[in-house]
Design a protein around this ligand. Structure first.
Ligand SMILES: C[S@@+](CC[C@H](N)C(=O)[O-])C[C@H]1O[C@@H](n2cnc3c(N)ncnc32)[C@H](O)[C@@H]1O
Length: 213
């Protein structure tokens, strides 16, 4: 999928994925990662999500990655923070207080630049990527976070009724992408009637992934 696809969606404000309030499953389940205060949480492909503000309020520090610079600037404005900017190859890093966002293609990020991560919160990131990219993305996340545990929120729906993104990512696929690195615990299945465009029903599934070795 071309990066312009996402820039165009942001330019046209076609951001139905953006939730107005912190994600409910995040609030219900994040404590199950059992993180200490000040832990670093990585939020890949974060957009301008309100989930980052919620994580900060809980006493965590947040690193994120997002392609669209306008989204990153809106995120900081909404948090009431003025970031400083540094450049790292093709990536820009915006940072303020306990937040660092890498702006650019997530596939340009490496472990040395990202630094230590205690946990990953993936909501609508892996499911935003087409099949071949999900394979690359899952390996990237394992590598750059050194297999940090994850709270992963996926959406499942009838693939005949809707082409992605989002893509319906189910347990068998997660097992093939992450099964070599993680054990899975399904925390919740929440049925969301007419959640997707064209009245397509979806099920939000929250997974806890913990390193298997
Ligand atoms: C479906 S949205 C989810 C955003 C956020 N996680 C949320 O819950 O609101 C996917 C996001 O990934 C970003 N994105 C897409 N491809 C990317 C890439 N290669 N590197 C970094 N971000 C990317 C898009 O700009 C978009 O903001």
């Amino acid at each position: 999928m071309h990066l312009d696809f996402w820039h165009e969606r942001w330019a046209r404000n076609e951001i139905g994925f953006h939730e107005g309030t912190p994600n409910e499953q995040l609030q219900r389940h994040f404590h199950k990662l059992q993180l200490a205060a000040n832990s670093w949480v990585f939020v890949p492909m974060c957009g301008k999500t309100n989930d980052i503000g919620w994580l900060l309020e809980q006493g965590y520090r947040v690193k994120g990655a997002e392609l669209n610079e306008g989204a990153v600037l809106e995120l900081f404005a909404h948090l009431g923070l003025t970031p400083t900017l540094t450049e790292h190859g093709s990536l820009k890093r915006y940072s303020a207080a306990a937040v660092e966002i890498y702006c650019g293609d997530i596939f340009a990020l490496d472990q040395a630049l990202l630094g230590h991560i205690d946990a990953v919160y993936d909501r609508a990131a892996i499911i935003a990527l087409p099949d071949a990219m999900r394979q690359r993305y899952s390996q990237l996340l394992i590598d750059i976070t050194e297999q940090a545990p994850q709270l992963l929120i996926c959406y499942e729906f009838d693939k005949q009724k809707r082409q992605g993104p989002p893509f319906s990512v189910e347990h068998d696929e997660l097992q093939s992408l992450y099964g070599g690195a993680y054990q899975f615990q399904r925390l919740e299945r929440q049925i969301l009637p007419s959640y997707l465009p064209d009245d397509v029903d979806a099920t939000a599934v929250a997974w806890l992934l913990t390193a298997s070795h």
